[in-house]
Design a protein around this ligand. Structure first.
Ligand SMILES: NC(=O)c1ccc[n+]([C@@H]2O[C@H](COP(=O)([O-])OP(=O)(O)OC[C@H]3O[C@@H](n4cnc5c(N)ncnc54)[C@H](OP(=O)(O)O)[C@@H]3O)[C@@H](O)[C@H]2O)c1
Length: 420
């Protein structure tokens, strides 16, 4: 471990982000120039007329103006859509609709993610974007000799009723296939589809979270926990924080883990065995602060973060929650031992450098699933939605903070044979 890794975490993050192709020359030089123009044009667009929501349409959010959405009409006669050689038509089976669907991250722009969610460039404009979401999709039609109709693949998909993907390099041994999106500038990892037919559907829906938890816990262990004696996580009810807490406990059962959560979710979080202590955001000052602390920020609310920085003796911290990236430099001035944590940089690079395979992540996830009966815990309150009206209502419930505690929402394409 180098001096930079230990003492200058934000500097040590840069080569990882470059290796993961999240930071590119294009991003550094052209996004700051593009952003004001996109935001200015965003102001000229009118807000959605709710009565005009169509079901045969793609839900899109406006870059930089999250309260504006639109529904762009699309072809829904999926039996007639022509498939070129090696192309496959996928229908979302279960995409996790977490709070992140509120955001079309500016960080996607340099990777040209428009071509990732929309390879034919028919949907996305400078202002309105289709949000990518993790989860499972069913092969509805296939023109690829090794991809079977009816099979399921885990990956990052556009939140749309269907998508047509060209597939390359199928490896049934490793259970992966790669999408061929030549103009996409991000890492190959984004293009990976994991064949998902014979493992627990619930676990596969949460695969990316397990990958984050498993790699983060190993990295902490590798660094000797930075000398800290407790871990504090915000948004303790979120899937991310729960998985991180259980993975850290798995490697180091004696590490105290403190969960901070909202009042509405406190009773839910108190029942989770991987947190040693739980406090609400109103009660942060009551939490133990005598020990050196690792602080993992998932919530993205400045006031809560500021209170944590005042209360805890922080020996290392990470910003992970959507929106918190804007606060990074402000908090670095208070405490320079902080950096980002993102799945597509940190988890990806850790797994790559330490040869942590998808199969390993999967088998560890299944073991955690069994140990904590996660299927029962998480799947007891899952709501499946397919219609655009439901999607719009969910979106608004995130915006207005009315989404019920602990409810998990999954999107299934309205065109899917098993759509309700
Ligand atoms: N950096 C990365 O690589 C990465 C990857 C995945 C997700 N994320 C980000 O991490 C955060 C958590 O994601 P997740 O998928 O784990 O979330 P999730 O399971 O959907 O949980 C969301 C949590 O956010 C809190 N919350 C705050 N405001 C809310 C609102 N208006 N409506 C509903 N919940 C609200 C609640 O936790 P409390 O009540 O406990 O506060 C809730 O349990 C998001 O900001 C997401 O964008 C980052």
């Amino acid at each position: 471990m180098t001096f930079i890794d230990r003492y200058l975490p934000i500097i040590s993050w840069i080569p990882k982000a470059i290796e993961a192709r999240l930071l590119t020359r294009h991003m550094l030089f052209s996004i700051p120039k593009q952003r004001p123009a996109v935001r200015e044009s965003a102001r000229q667009v009118s807000v959605l007329d709710e009565a005009a929501i169509r079901e045969s349409a793609v839900f899109q959010v406006q870059l930089g103006r999250k309260r504006n959405v639109r529904f762009l009409p699309i072809e829904t006669n999926i039996d007639e859509i022509p498939l070129a050689e090696n192309e496959v038509l996928f229908l979302p089976h279960s995409l996790g609709l977490m709070k992140y669907i509120l955001y079309y991250n500016d960080g996607y722009l340099p990777m040209d993610i428009d071509t990732f969610v929309d390879p034919k460039r028919e949907l996305n404009t400078a202002q309105f974007k289709t949000v990518p979401a993790w989860g499972l999709a069913t092969v509805y039609r296939t023109n690829h000799p090794e991809i079977a109709e009816g099979s399921l693949y885990y990956g990052l998909w556009p939140l749309a009723p269907y998508s047509v993907r060209a597939i390359t390099s199928v490896d049934h041994g490793d259970r992966v296939a790669y999408q061929d999106i030549p103009r996409f500038k991000g890492a190959r990892e984004w293009l990976k589809l994991i064949e998902a037919d014979d493992f627990s559907l619930m676990v596969s829906d949460y695969f990316e979270y397990f990958k984050i938890g498993i790699t983060y816990a190993r990295e902490l262990r590798d660094f000797g926990y930075f000398g800290a004696e407790q871990l504090v996580l915000t948004s303790a009810s979120s899937s991310s924080s729960q998985v991180i807490a259980m993975c850290v406990k798995e490697l180091n059962p004696s590490m105290p883990i403190i969960g901070l959560t909202s009042r509405r979710n406190i009773s839910l979080v108190e029942r989770l065995p991987y947190y040693d202590e739980v406090y609400t955001y109103d009660d942060i000052k009551a939490s133990p602060n005598a020990k050196a602390t690792l602080f993992f920020e998932v919530l993205g609310k400045e006031a809560v973060t500021a209170e944590c920085f005042d209360h805890f003796e922080i020996s290392r911290w990470w910003f992970y929650g959507q929106g918190s990236e804007r606060l990074l430099f402000r908090f670095l001035k208070k405490n320079s031992r902080g950096t980002f944590y993102t799945n597509l940089v940190d988890s990806y690079i850790y797994a790559k450098r330490h040869s942590v395979s998808d199969a390993q992540i999967l088998s560890e996830s299944l073991a955690l699933n069994q140990k904590y009966e996660l299927e029962k815990l998480w799947a007891s309150n899952v709501r499946q939605i397919s219609s655009n009206r439901d999607l719009y209502a969910l979106y608004n419930s995130f915006i207005h903070n009315t989404q019920p505690s602990g409810e998990k929402v999954m999107y299934r394409s309205p065109l899917h044979p098993q759509a309700s």
